[in-house]
Design a protein around this ligand. Structure first.
Ligand code: ADE
Ligand code: ZN
Length: 344
């Protein structure tokens, strides 16, 4: 079985995908025309999906977000994003969305959730992809906006709206100021994750864990600058949702095959990693491709890839009894795939 077939067949969960970063270029164009969003000039719409760095990327991300206006638009982008996960062999998805950017464009939270939740039900019904949504705070906005975000999000808390995240540009906006917002979300029963150590230092990973109470870390690459923190994350079984193409396109680690690429170092150190896409069409990728790129660049064997796929279920926020059931079924599938490899 070639690598492409193997990674496609592996049962995988996607735990780090931004809804607005998962809008394909053609859908972006269609929604922008429908809703009158002004776009920069381009010859091919795909040209809009090229960036120099994260800050550059986030400007396009906001433009995509502003082209999504009514409940049907939210339904369309969610349904397409979930279909994209399923087409890459994803069995389950937890995805972020950015309510504040839509709110600033005048969209009501009810409108966003109506489209998103309906699409999640439709995806489960039509092609069996179970999903959960994680509204994420824009760390570049104020703490007051953070509390307002909670006031608007918490009424939607359910088994489908399971937690909160923290995203946008980390370097100038560390996690610590969001402690009180995270405390309130936790008291309301939300699960907690945060982008940390993507552009900011290892101290941000520590603060995300200790101050915010994050249960997982999104990206987390710069944790490698603090060996004590690495040891503590291993001991506490903290999962890191790492995104290979995202590092190549949006960070300073542009060569996945380099010996000092942080994902290589994190794997070698024994941290629990989950492979994810971040913003699949905006980064020209899908979930299976991320596993393949990593395997090719880092010469990972099939057993390691299988372990990474099982990690993705382990780190998911599904309830424990369902997780146990799925884990048993996935383990059988994985064993069969590995046995087929051994026989080949
Ligand atoms: N939003 C979408 N992708 C992101 C990333 N890689 N970092 C921070 N915020 C994001
Ligand atoms: Zn992200």
């Amino acid at each position: 079985m070639n690598l492409e077939t193997f990674v496609q067949a592996l049962p995988k969960a996607e735990l780090h995908l931004h809804l607005e970063g998962a809008v394909n270029a053609q859908t972006f164009l269609k929604l922008a025309r429908k809703n009158g969003t002004t776009l920069p000039s381009f010859a091919e719409v795909e040209e809009l999906y090229r960036y120099e760095n994260l800050v550059d990327f986030l400007q396009v991300y906001d433009l995509v977000a502003k082209s999504v206006v009514d409940a049907d638009d939210f339904h369309l982008i969610t349904y397409e994003a979930l279909a994209h996960v399923a087409n890459a062999g994803g069995r389950y998805a937890e995805f972020f969305f950015s309510p504040q950017v839509h709110q600033d464009a005048g969209v009501a939270y009810e409108t966003m959730f109506a489209g998103i939740l309906k699409a999640m039900d439709d995806a489960e019904h039509d092609f069996g992809l179970v999903s959960r949504v994680i509204p994420a705070l824009n760390r570049e906005l104020s703490i007051e906006r953070g509390f307002e975000f909670l006031d608007l999000v918490l009424p939607f808390r359910s088994d489908k709206v399971i937690g909160i995240g923290l995203d946008y540009d980390e370097e100038p906006f560390p996690p610590a100021p969001f402690k009180a917002v995270y405390d309130k979300a936790k008291r309301a029963g939300m699960r907690l994750t945060a982008h940390a150590g993507e552009g900011g230092p290892a101290a941000n990973v520590r603060d995300a864990l200790d101050l915010l109470g994050a249960e997982r870390i999104d990206h987390g690459y710069r944790v490698m600058e603090d060996p004590d923190l690495v040891a503590r994350c291993i001991a506490d079984d903290i999962a890191f949702t790492v995104c290979p193409s995202s590092t190549v396109i949006l960070t300073r680690w542009r060569d996945l095959a380099a010996g000092d690429h942080p994902i290589r170092a994190m794997l070698d150190a024994g941290l629990k990693l989950v492979i994810d896409t971040d913003d699949p069409p905006m980064l020209q990728t899908d979930l299976a491709k991320e596993y393949r790129l990593l395997a090719e660049a880092m010469s990972l064997d099939r057993r390691t890839l299988a372990q990474l796929a099982l990690n993705s279920l382990d780190a998911a926020w599904l309830d424990e009894s369902l997780k146990r059931e799925w884990r048993a079924a996935w383990a059988i599938e994985v064993d069969r795939l590995l046995a087929a490899e051994a026989d080949a």
